[in-house]
Design a protein around this ligand. Sequence first.
Ligand SMILES: Nc1ncnc2c1ncn2[C@@H]1O[C@H](COP(=O)(O)OP(=O)(O)O)[C@@H](O)[C@H]1O
Ligand SMILES: [Mg+2]
Length: 306
Amino acid sequence: MADKNSLSSINSPYKRTEAETDPRAVSISMLKGGVGKSTIAVNLARQLAAHGHSVLFIDLDPNGHASVGLGFGEQYHNTDEDVGDVFFNEADPASVIYDTGYEFDILPSSEELEQVEREIVIGDVFQPSALLKREVVTPLLGEEYDYIVTDSPAYRSRLTDNALVATTNLMLPLAPGNEAMSGLERTIERQIAPLRKHLDVDVLALVPNMLSSRIDQQTQDRQLLERLNSHDNLQDRIPNFARITDWDAVDTGESELVPGIRDRTSITKAYGEQKPLLDYDPDCDQLVCFEELAHIVEAGRVIRHE
Ligand SMILES: Nc1ncnc2c1ncn2[C@@H]1O[C@H](COP(=O)(O)OP(=O)(O)O)[C@@H](O)[C@H]1O
Ligand SMILES: [Mg+2]
């Protein structure tokens, strides 16, 4: 049964003390497909790289959309040596990491990742949710890379658990629609809460995405923004680009804020052209949103500038 108060457990029970310059790993996660996980993960990695950081992007979704979308279809289909071999300590991470050509590196997904997951589940594997942490993130974060960004599947799996255990920081994308909040609750209850018993998992940001319609009337976009912005436990995690406190100003037309991330054809087209948004359309008005997400990862939290 869904716990009505599950949204309140978005807060980490632990106190955080990291300095703003610490290396950091983050997972883009949501138990719902098509909300923009891969899009946000790729473009977040790109913006962090644009700030001069060394960045690794890890694609843990067996569908490989982000890998193929960055031009790594060949590596996705070549399973001679892949992320599974790294998990089982049969290959060095460096042998499956590539330069994207966009200032960040990628550890691509593999078409055999589902099989790898089954092996993790049925095999006699020591700490099955800590493989990515042990084999990739611990050795490379703070050494080879300042930041690591992972993309993960839309269903609860050992792969997602591996991403969360390895990164301990999350960004949760939400698209307008009836199921947005239930997807968030499901993600908190089924994915985050069970891991919290063992480790400090922190939600850095909730990221509304694919906003299209007007918000000065009752639309699903408005409903999503109102809910996120009014909930005591969620509002600290809403990026400035989606933060609305004065709905009267919105309704009277006084507010100039056009919240993001909005639906833009150049975001979809960038994927078809196998490019991050910054490289496909540097003038896109939504780049500022991905920019702020990069700042949030750098700071370890949303920095309010009101
Ligand atoms: N803000 C946006 N504007 C336009 N298209 C978007 C936007 N965000 C995502 N998309 C498109 O929507 C589809 C689903 O996004 P994706 O990132 O693959 O979601 P997920 O990884 O959660 O399944 C993709 O075709 C992507 O290009
Ligand atoms: Mg995806």
